[in-house]
Design a protein around this ligand. Structure first.
Ligand SMILES: [Fe+2]
Length: 255
């Protein structure tokens, strides 16, 4: 075997260093986005796009666990439509139920691999790297999966990186879920308050709900961005809040 030239080994080391830098840059970039990007879909899309790039994979998938339904579904699925499957199905299902990261070098030799996915999508899965996504309390809420390493096989270094990226995705999802829960509570409080106010006078009963309904239709027709439509909705629910200070003898006086 001919000896490796010094130039080639330096070039190889440089290439390896550049790959390492790219991976670290991805982590730093996602860390920065975590604190500034409030839109969960955009954030997860970014995380999975960077995962595909830095792991040199063909595509990546992010599954979320739906424990009530006993299923997993693809929140981000590059190159395919949304998939729903039983919680214990496929390689991702194995990772979700055991909590263990998996490297599969030949999917068709792996007993957990579900060939149905390839058949339906006219795709050929070769290698898979799948990591569980855990909340800070350790609950598994999903699985991040990279498919088909472009050159060579997934490595332990790739494992570490996917673990770090999965942890970031899990934090983003947990924060978004907590935000959604608080928003639901706030919405229900605002609606309850408006309905109770309307109910003070049978003539105005349902008025606030109707005003809100039409205001939102108009805002959407005007093409306002979702955030502003949301503000219009709250404004609708709260527009007659001043009635709270009007005595019944005035508010409900006979015409
Ligand atoms: Fe009104």
């Amino acid at each position: 075997m001919p000896p490796t030239s010094p130039d080639k080994s330096v070039a190889d080391e440089l290439a390896a260093l550049n790959r390492q830098i790219g991976k670290l840059e991805a982590l730093v970039e996602i860390g920065a986005e975590l604190s500034s990007e409030l839109n969960l879909d955009r954030l997860l899309d970014l995380i999975m796009t960077r995962t595909t790039e830095v792991l040199e994979a063909e595509r990546s998938t992010l599954f979320l666990v739906d424990r009530q339904a006993g299923e997993m579904w693809t929140k981000i699925a590059q190159g395919t439509e949304q998939i729903r499957m039983p919680l214990d199905a496929g390689i991702a299902g194995r990772v979700a139920t055991t909590g263990q990261i998996m490297i599969v070098h030949d999917a068709y030799e792996c007993p957990y691999f579900n060939r149905e996915f390839d058949r339906r999508n006219c795709f050929r899965t070769r290698s898979v790297l799948a990591a569980p996504m855990r909340t800070r309390r350790g609950e598994i809420i999903g699985v991040a999966q990279a498919i088909n390493k472009r050159n060579g096989a997934f490595t332990e270094e790739d494992e570490d990186l996917l673990t770090a990226l999965s942890a970031q995705a899990a934090v983003a999802i947990e924060i978004a879920q907590q935000y959604e829960e608080r928003k639901r509570q706030f919405d229900s409080f605002v609606r309850g308050l408006a309905i109770a106010l309307d109910a003070r006078d049978h003539l105005t009963s349902g008025h606030t709900a109707r005003v809100t309904h039409y205001a939102v239709i108009l805002a959407e027709e005007m093409g306002l961005p979702p955030r502003e439509v949301e503000l219009v909705r709250y404004s609708g629910w709260l527009h007659d809040l001043g009635k709270i200070g009007v005595p019944d003898r005035v508010l409900c006086k006979p015409s």
